[in-house]
Design a protein around this ligand. Sequence first.
Ligand SMILES: *[C@@H]1O[C@H](CO)[C@@H](O)[C@H](O)[C@H]1NC(C)=O
Ligand SMILES: *[C@@H]1O[C@H](CO)[C@@H](O)[C@H](O)[C@H]1NC(C)=O
Ligand SMILES: *[C@@H]1O[C@H](CO)[C@@H](O)[C@H](O)[C@H]1NC(C)=O
Ligand SMILES: *[C@@H]1O[C@H](CO)[C@@H](O)[C@H](O)[C@H]1NC(C)=O
Length: 965
Amino acid sequence: MVTISTHSSWLSSAIALLCLFPILVKAVDKSVFKSCAESSFCKRNRHYADAIDRSQFWASPYEVQTSSLKYDIWTGKLEGNLIKNLPNGVQEQIIFPFELSFLVSGNARLKIDEERRMKQNISIPGFGNLNKQRYNQAAEWALASGAAQSMGENVTVHGLEDIQNGFAQTFEITYGPGGSKSVVMSMNPFKMDFRNQGESQVLLNSDGLINLEHWRPQPANDQLFDFQLNEMELNHDMWADQFKGFKDTKPRGPESIALDITFSGYSHVYGIPEHSDTLSLRQTRGGYGNHDEPYRLYNVDIFEYEPNSALPMYGAIPFMQAHKQESSAGVFWINAADTYIDIIKTAASNEDSFDITSASTRTHWMSEAGIIDLVVMMGDTPGSINKLYGDLTGFTTLPQLSAASYHQCRWNYNTQDDVLEVDENFDLNDIPYDVIWLDIEYTKDRSYFTWDPATFPNPELMMQKLDESKRKLTAIIDPHLKASSRVGSEIKAQGLAIHDKDRNPFLGQCWPGDSYWIDTTNVDARNYWANQYALGSEFAGNSTNLFIWNDMNEPSVFHGVETTINRDSIHIDGWENRDLHNLYGMSVVNGTYEGFIARDANSRPFILTRSFFAGSQRFGAAWTGDNVATWESLQIATPMLLTNGVAGMPFMGADVGGFFKNPTSELLARWYQSGTFYPFFRAHAHIDTKRREPFLVAEPYKSVIRDAIKLRYALLPSIYTAFYHASVDGSPIMMPVYYYTPKNERSFAIDDQFFVGNTGILAKPVVQQDVDSVEIYIPDDEVYYDYFNYHCYEGMGYHSLKVELDTIPLLSRGGHIYARRDRFRRSSELMKFDPFTLIVTLSKSGFAKGDLYIDDGNSFDHQSGDFIHYEFTFNSGFKKLMAVNQNKSNPDTHKFIDGMANVTIEKIIIVGDLTPTRSDSQVRVSQNTESWDASIVNKSLTSSAHVLVIKKPNVTIGTDWEIQV
Ligand SMILES: *[C@@H]1O[C@H](CO)[C@@H](O)[C@H](O)[C@H]1NC(C)=O
Ligand SMILES: *[C@@H]1O[C@H](CO)[C@@H](O)[C@H](O)[C@H]1NC(C)=O
Ligand SMILES: *[C@@H]1O[C@H](CO)[C@@H](O)[C@H](O)[C@H]1NC(C)=O
Ligand SMILES: *[C@@H]1O[C@H](CO)[C@@H](O)[C@H](O)[C@H]1NC(C)=O
């Protein structure tokens, strides 16, 4: 969805709304969004950093009050005060209580609040019940329940007495397994140095940029620019600002927080989505190939966004990962306010400054409001950081199998007959799909929770028809509610809307015209929202194949400041939108999720959201918003999706085909070949574009698209297994190359190719027009086989692959085993009892390993053990392929497991050097104390790997088996 141009005048946009089409489409106008210099708190903090940089005599005015330090051995918490000394003769000391805790997840967490605001000992003239505290609830939203629990296990404090006696300036706390992690805290100036095995990893305030804007009374009107605290501080726009004619009142005055975080010895950092940029993040202080602006996290409706930009987008995850050969680290900045992040890479001292590999990365985090609340993670590999982050914020929820399949969307399928005709055309053209989508036009007058009776007279019947081929429907529901509609007037009357600064329901423009926004950060509003999805309700009916899409939830406000709601609008408990802006979208989805759980507690909800925050992975999928049908848009989608995977939210896709404009058939076909590997695989198109459902595309493109979609369905068992891993340990589904080769520095910035989970499948989809070859990078010394013809590639470095229109450059790394289902069906559920094919790709040493996870694809029974999970290994010494059960639970329900009793593996393809020891025509199969022979075909192809195919081994997938070759 898209907002109309923010530049049209009131009158012309009202007309545009009435006529609706055509919608003005143009490239994103950067000036719609505040640059750092236009954002007062960012300007102040960057100024502070620059001033410190220039000053030779600078000493940070922040010190730890040594007498305040106390450590509680029972909770493993260190508490104390950070003091801000006001210079220039101001005697006052400002107190910031802090708490350092060590979490059961193995992470360390630092919180810093402001004493005076904690005690609400401030005055806000003229603003009755505005909350006087710093916003401190972002963690409650972001963290999975119980994740923040701290404890004293393995925590030891060394030398605290020396500090208290004035004999020392630093002390150390060790924590983690065997005390392998530690933090050294310096008193004056305040610094922290987090170490793993004694090596510095993450430094806080080593550049002295910490800046906590303490409360001060608002000066009289004629001296808005009050005294300067010191020569470093700038008092620019502390009490109000103007941007594009919008006034932002700042009744609580300046309250930003900022801190520098240095990743010591790390030259690559990743994460902090959402930006349309490279996987390895760029520097932000100018220079060739760098940004001039900090990366910004502020959820906005940035339609037609451009690649290679630090501009804010629809979602915000304030989590950064750093990686180097020896280790990985992560920092989670738990703050939902507008946030800018500067990145500078510097050569380590005494090192050759040209040696980028020994550089450190200095980052500067600046948030407009809230408390400092951050978690430091340290580990050996990037995957270990995903696990630590997921232990904290939750893992990707295992979706319905349908949701991991192919989705067909368009703005709009106009009538229920239109929907059913599209459905039928997929079948007539032998193209599988699982979910068809409805954009806003299915509603009556764009009032959500209604169906337009003229076009959708019987939605239940439509959903029943879709269910005949086990297909689903996803309908859009946005948080802006038509003011004159039932829900609009109810949320107004019940006080459940977001309010403006004057305490009236915030009234703005969106799709339905005059709209109110539901305040889902309020539990009552969330319950109201959840109830709208109740079983048997007029909108949601009784169908079990209805899913929901929450769009425009940044929230998007037409003609709003920076396309969104005013910062000084008010949520429950007197919080300003400024405090929690970036988590609002997640709160909407939270309500939807709870509504669907109430509807059917044993069916996994599927929800797509455009706006997201840390923790949104617990609720469903997101996509990259309103992209364009250009090659550049196709290209940037891959690094964007990789970044989301690094940041713990891998269930993500980009609109296949591009939302705006009409793709050429070639671009569309190439986009499907990429989309096949997107965790969320959906085609979508703007209402002004030509219809482009796969069956409408001319040959040869239609067949290319069909093959790409069929490849998705064939690989669905492996992709779903990758989802399973994401759901238990946070592994990315589209996996960056450096996750496989964490010691190969040349792989650290590669973001135009990726692995599919742990299958060893290396994809480099074509994202350029009219190419006849691609260069694919092999990141290690292993052998790689072409996925389709088993041609071998060996040797670290770039290899050239010839491509035709129908080629997806796809290699299989030696050493892996993965599963496929090769029979064509109309939808994923219809494949349920189909047999599997196993692909075994032998490593150079003749070894291979992999796994397969399956469950009913719909209920929560897998959580009580009703799933099948097998690990497969091929051992070169014994020439034996084995399947060993990994489901160690003792399930109370085995409905699914029992139902799968007769599902078999129908074929096993072993690729790589292998000479059968038993016979050239047979292998010996054993399962359940029985043994039998299965025939093989043993092929040596010129210029390709040796391939051994075991035909009909007829092992069932639910019990252990082995095959002797
Ligand atoms: C929704 O958010 C509330 C408040 O943070 C939380 O208690 C609840 O567990 C969340 N719901 C889900 C399904 O996670
Ligand atoms: C504490 O140390 C033990 C032994 O090294 C380790 O097994 C355990 O996981 C550690 N616990 C935490 C919370 O670090
Ligand atoms: C849902 O089912 C109930 C009970 O069978 C029925 O009364 C109601 O009309 C149904 N609702 C819809 C929208 O079909
Ligand atoms: C599996 O096959 C056996 C033998 O044909 C049959 O008795 C049994 O019902 C089948 N089980 C399932 C779950 O289909």
